[in-house]
Design a protein around this ligand. Structure first.
Ligand code: SF4
Length: 136
C-alpha cells in the first residue's frame, strides 16, 4: 500500500495545488510520464519576468500574446525541458519543482477520495510502470 500523502493547498481562487513530499515512496520520483505527455501551457503572468511569477522565462515557448508553454511540450508527447533523468527510472524529477507552473501543481496523482488519478494510471501503463494503489 502506498504511504506517500500528497499535500493539498486550496488557494483563494479555489484552485487546488498539490505538492508531493520527498521520500522513497513518492511514485513520481521514478515516473515522469505526465511531464513527457501533455502540452504544459499557462498564463504568461506566471513567468519570472512578470509581476510575482516564478516560472523561469527562458524555459518557455510563446503560444500567443497571453499564453506560454514549457519548452519541449509544444506539441505534446515529448519531454518538458525541465524534466531531468530517465523516464520510468528512479531519480527522475523536475529541475524547477518549487517554481513549476500551475498545470503541474494542479495535476493530482491521487484524487481526494484516495483513488489513483486514472490519467496517472494510463500514463504509467504506457511507460511500463505498475499502477498506483489506492491511498488509505
Ligand atoms: S515544469 Fe516540472 S513538473 Fe512541470 S512538466 Fe516540466 S518537469 Fe514536469
Amino acid at each position: 500500500m502506498a504511504k506517500s500523502i500528497p499535500i493539498r493547498r486550496t488557494l483563494d481562487d479555489n484552485r487546488v495545488f498539490i505538492d508531493m513530499p520527498d521520500g522513497p515512496d513518492n511514485p513520481c520520483t521514478s515516473c515522469g510520464a505526465c511531464c513527457a505527455h501533455y502540452r504544459v501551457s499557462f498564463y504568461c503572468g506566471e513567468l519570472s519576468e512578470g509581476s510575482g511569477g516564478v516560472v523561469p522565462a527562458e524555459l518557455v515557448s510563446q503560444i500567443n500574446a497571453l499564453m506560454v508553454c514549457m519548452k519541449g511540450t509544444e506539441s505534446g508527447h515529448a519531454r518538458c525541458i525541465a524534466l531531468s533523468g530517465t523516464l520510468g527510472q528512479p531519480g527522475i524529477g523536475c529541475r524547477i519543482y518549487p517554481n513549476r507552473p500551475s498545470p503541474c501543481r494542479e495535476f493530482a496523482n491521487w484524487l481526494e477520495d484516495g483513488t489513483p488519478n486514472p490519467e496517472c494510471q494510463r500514463l504509467r501503463q504506457q511507460i511500463g510502470l505498475a499502477p498506483l494503489h489506492r491511498l488509505d
